[in-house]
Design a protein around this ligand. Structure first.
Ligand code: TYM
Length: 334
């Protein structure tokens, strides 16, 4: 990587190509990626191996991975100065994943709440990959001696597991892995469903009104926010008793940078109509430049392919250093 960044620390995060990312993915993770890409040595990518835990048409998975890669470039993450790649293009992820399996206890992996949630949601396909998924995520992170991992709050437990695996391995073999820290933003870390604000916004929700996709048109965004569930009080303030309004305030805050207090002042004496219109406009304006760049990039298949190949080459060079060290430490004959 070029070394003209103001900060030498390494940042890594991935996102699954299971569908078009939501506003939750964007505000919880991708927006922070774009900011960190300016200052840190960053690796960002599509976690396509993780997506195999849910059965998807092969054509569709390939298409979604390429679309997601285009979206990452549309965020202006700068593939010359950062490494933008696809997980399966770098074999070291799966290789280290296997080795780390042997340093992860069944009991600690069983405690992952996302596994419990997902195995209920996909009860007909509770595969071993779904169980093992946080260990592969640990491998993604530990391969690059990562300092910070920008994620939404739902990934915090997986990060703790990654740190525990690193500590255990280092305890046996000496300092091999750096212990990574999660980076979770103040607003937008947990964007909730617009229809059931006690639940996280998720692209796999069966009710399309519950989420906003980063590719939704302005009209669709306005409609979805207009129909967002609130309450009967018609007053804009932050409270656990007002999860719908609090969620919209968080979204507004993450898009505009305004504090909760400033938002309460702005809408004092005004109804939900004005508030929702302002939130919708802020979301539309936030996503507009990304959507414009994405529309241009989608047609440039050769460029996307070439850039992904270069990204994988750069990532593999770094990853293989750590993998080589690990293989030697555990006693694999090289
Ligand atoms: P994934 O693909 O489910 O989500 C990608 C990122 O979006 C965040 N996110 C949210 N943030 C706020 N509100 C929401 N409603 C919301 N929904 C999702 C997630 O926290 C995540 O940061 N296991 C990961 C992908 C992964 C990864 C990694 C991440 C694979 N390897 C290594 C970091 C480092 C996942 O499934 O994220």
């Amino acid at each position: 990587m070029e070394n003209n960044k103001t900060n030498e620390k390494t940042v890594l995060s991935l996102i699954q190509p299971t569908g078009t990312p939501t506003l939750g993915n964007y505000l919880g993770a991708l927006k922070n990626w774009a900011q960190m890409a300016q200052d840190y040595n960053c690796l960002f990518g599509a976690a396509d191996l993780h997506s195999l835990t849910i059965r998807t048409e092969p054509q569709l998975l390939r298409h979604r991975t390429m679309e997601l890669y285009a979206l990452l470039l549309a965020l202006e993450l700068d593939p010359e100065k950062n490494i933008i790649f696809v997980q399966s293009h770098v074999p070291a992820h799966a290789q280290l994943g296997w080795i780390l399996n042997c340093y992860t206890q069944f009991g600690e992996a069983s405690r992952m709440t996302q596994f419990k949630d997902k195995s209920q949601k996909h009860a007909d396909n509770v595969n071993v990959g779904l169980f093992d998924y946080p260990v592969l995520m640990a491998a993604d992170i530990l391969l690059y001696q990562t300092d910070y991992v920008p994620i939404g709050a739902d990934q915090k437990q997986h990060m703790e597991l990654a740190r525990n695996i690193a500590d255990r391995f280092n305890g046996i073999y000496g300092d091999v892995f750096k212990a990574p820290e999660p980076f979770i933003g103040k607003s937008g870390a947990r964007v909730m469903s617009l229809q059931e604000p006690e639940k996280k916004m998720s692209k796999s929700d069966t009710n399309a009104k519950s989420f906003i996709l980063v590719t939704d048109t302005a009209d669709v965004i306005v409609k979805k926010i207009k129909s967002a569930v609130t309450d009967s009080e018609a007053a804009v303030y932050y409270s656990p008793e007002k999860p719908g309004v609090s969620n919209l305030m968080d979204i507004y805050s993450a898009c505009t940078g305004k504090s909760r207090e400033a938002i309460e002042d702005e809408f004092r004496g005004k109804g939900y109509g004005d508030f929702k219109a302002a939130v919708a406009e802020a979301v539309v304006e936030e996503l507009r430049p990304i959507q414009e760049r994405l529309a241009k990039l989608q047609g440039e298949k050769d460029y996307l392919q070439e850039t992904a190949a270069k990204g994988a080459e750069k990532a593999a060079r770094l990853a293989n250093r750590t993998l080589g060290k690990v293989m030697k430490k555990v006693g694999l004959w090289k």
